[in-house]
Design a protein around this ligand. Structure first.
Ligand code: ADP
Length: 374
């Protein structure tokens, strides 16, 4: 589900705040174990590696590579649970708009990964890339598209899971994450909400465990080098609070790309795609209708658009099913009336823009000061 506005779990007041220097109160530990057992190592949370994980990580000799031999099996299981399916590839065409970002990302990180020999010395790429902007604008999609393009293994982890879900284990998780990425390279590691780890703010939450997590991530970033023949790992961080990042982070991630709300053309592209043959629904919107929807959705994020379209398409089903739910099972697309402008007008009442205009001003200001230019 898209994150709403600037809200987020996992920071400060969460359970992480009660942990100091690795001590985990028994009640938290219990919850943690339950949580971990639910997540990755369901079958054998403490025991040896599951067959699936072993198959993923083992070398041709069937043994675990040396780099992973010392990592706790449970942590390895968790890291492997964060690896995205390599087959669910995202293409550049799946991302509407964001043309500048797509071009820049290709030059900065895709080219060097495809030909490390050309991109060294003065042409060496940055070790990490930062994508900033409102939630639901395609930052994760961009990360996946990069990974698919260079046939890299894609790891996606949200910082709140490092800071709160695995209390006190975040540092170990990060180390294991980069170790596994090294084994499965080329790899793209996508860290969402990266500001919550690399924040400059010394808040109450800045206790020992989160300080160690931050240091570990900075150390691991140093070792990333998309142009090195022996260690092709690219870190992509995403944030919707870029101004909270530490100076040290800005130095390490000199390229910061603003991923803005979709422009009119991008919104139109999303609509046309969903309502065209690929979308699988029948629609009857004239050119003028489409233009109206595009205009009405100024300020919508990509995920708002997706929700709006979904809601609008639902209207046609509701009309038929109303009062006779028994028919539902035998309905096919041909029994439905085409989706029309009115469906969008009704849907727009339920699905409004989730990003405040004032937030957009804030991003634009940050972009003027720190954003990468093309
Ligand atoms: P972010 O990482 O910026 O919060 P995501 O990349 O996770 O956002 O996008 C969430 C969902 O919203 C995507 O899975 C996609 O369905 C839709 N979406 C967002 N931006 C776009 C876009 N530019 N083009 C197409 N779909 C988008």
């Amino acid at each position: 589900a898209p994150r709403q506005g600037m809200q987020r779990s996992g920071r400060g007041g969460g359970p992480g705040g009660s942990v100091r220097g690795g001590f985990v109160p028994p009640f938290v530990r219990k919850a943690l174990d339950a949580n971990n057992a639910k997540g990755a190592g369901k079958d054998e949370p403490e025991g040896p590696l599951s067959a699936k994980t072993l198959e993923l990580l083992a070398g041709p000799d069937g043994e675990l590579p040396e780099a992973l031999a010392k990592v706790e099996p449970q942590i390895l299981e968790m890291v492997c649970a964060e690896i995205m399916d390599r087959r669910s590839a995202v293409t550049w065409e799946d991302i509407a708009g964001q043309d500048t970002a797509k071009r820049l990302v290709q030059e900065l990180v895709v080219w060097p990964m495809l030909n490390p020999h050309l991109f060294k010395g003065a042409r060496a790429p940055p070790k990490g890339l930062l994508l900033f902007g409102p939630p639901g604008t395609g930052k994760t999609l961009l990360g996946k598209a990069v990974a698919a393009n260079i046939r890299a293994t894609f790891f996606a982890i949200s910082a709140s899971s490092l800071t709160s879900k695995w209390i006190g284990e975040g540092e170990k998780m990060v180390r294991a994450l980069f170790a596994v990425a090294g084994v499965l390279q080329p790899a793209v590691i996508f860290i969402d909400e990266i500001d919550s780890i690399l924040s400059a703010r010394k808040s109450d939450g800045e206790h020992e465990a989160s300080r160690r997590l931050k240091t570990e991530l900075l150390v691991q970033m140093e070792g990333c080098d998309p142009s090195a023949a022996d260690r092709r790992i690219l870190l992509i961080g995403a944030t919707n609070r870029p101004e909270e990042l530490d100076e040290a982070v800005r130095r390490r991630m000199p390229k910061q790309l603003y991923i803005a709300l979709p422009c009119a053309e991008a919104r139109r592209a999303m609509l046309e795609r969903a309502l065209g043959p690929e979308g699988g629904v029948r629609a009857a919107l004239s050119e003028a209708d489409l233009a109206k929807v595009v205009e009405k959705t100024a300020g919508y994020s990509g995920s708002d658009m997706r929700a709006l379209i979904q809601e609008a398409c639902q209207g046609a089903v509701r009309d038929v099913v109303a009062g006779q739910a028994a028919r539902l099972a035998s309905l096919s697309e041909a029994d439905l009336r085409p989706v029309n402008l009115r469906d969008f007008q009704v849907a727009a009442r339920a699905q409004r823009a989730s990003v405040e205009p004032s937030e957009v001003v804030r991003y634009e200001e940050y972009d003027r000061r720190h954003g990468a230019r093309y």
